[in-house]
Design a protein. Structure first.
Length: 144
């Protein structure tokens, strides 16, 4: 039996990213890179097991479902990401997220939902979070 060593070849830090949203059926693409500060793709899967009378166990793992999470600055300008999400709640959008310059992008389809609004009183700008359910999973894609 052969052991294959997998090296860490090209790690990255999320210093800059480009995040594009294209509504289903639209020819336009919206670039919301500037208000976004946090990007996560989170898989969740169900597991289950069956136990027989003699103690034998059969375990299975389901296929993961994915959620795209974003942190963003709260902005009430007419062209803001926060208000765009309110306007397009429930619509499908294709997202192209390039997490490192020159790297592959992740492409996926989400159902849009509004971001959180409000926060603590103080001098700091307010931030929001939003989680979009994905259709399928993020697909690494070479962007020309």
């Amino acid at each position: 039996m052969t052991t294959v060593a997998h090296e860490v070849v090209n790690p990255y830090t999320l210093k800059t990213a480009r995040v594009l949203f294209k509504l289903a059926g639209s020819a336009d693409t919206d670039d919301f890179s500037k208000p976004i500060s946090d990007i996560t793709f989170t898989p969740t899967s169900q597991s289950g097991s069956w136990t027989g009378c003699t103690g034998n166990v059969i375990s299975e793992q389901g296929i993961a479902t994915w959620v795209a999470g974003f942190g963003l600055a709260q902005d009430l300008d007419d062209d803001s990401f926060m208000l765009w999400l309110l306007e397009h709640e429930g619509e499908k959008a294709q997202v192209t997220a390039t997490l490192k310059s020159g790297a592959k992008a992740f492409v996926f389809t989400v159902t849009l939902t509004p971001a959180t609004i409000g926060g603590a009183v103080g001098p700091n700008p307010l931030s929001s979070t939003v989680s979009f359910p994905m259709d399928g999973k993020p697909v690494p894609t070479v962007i020309p």
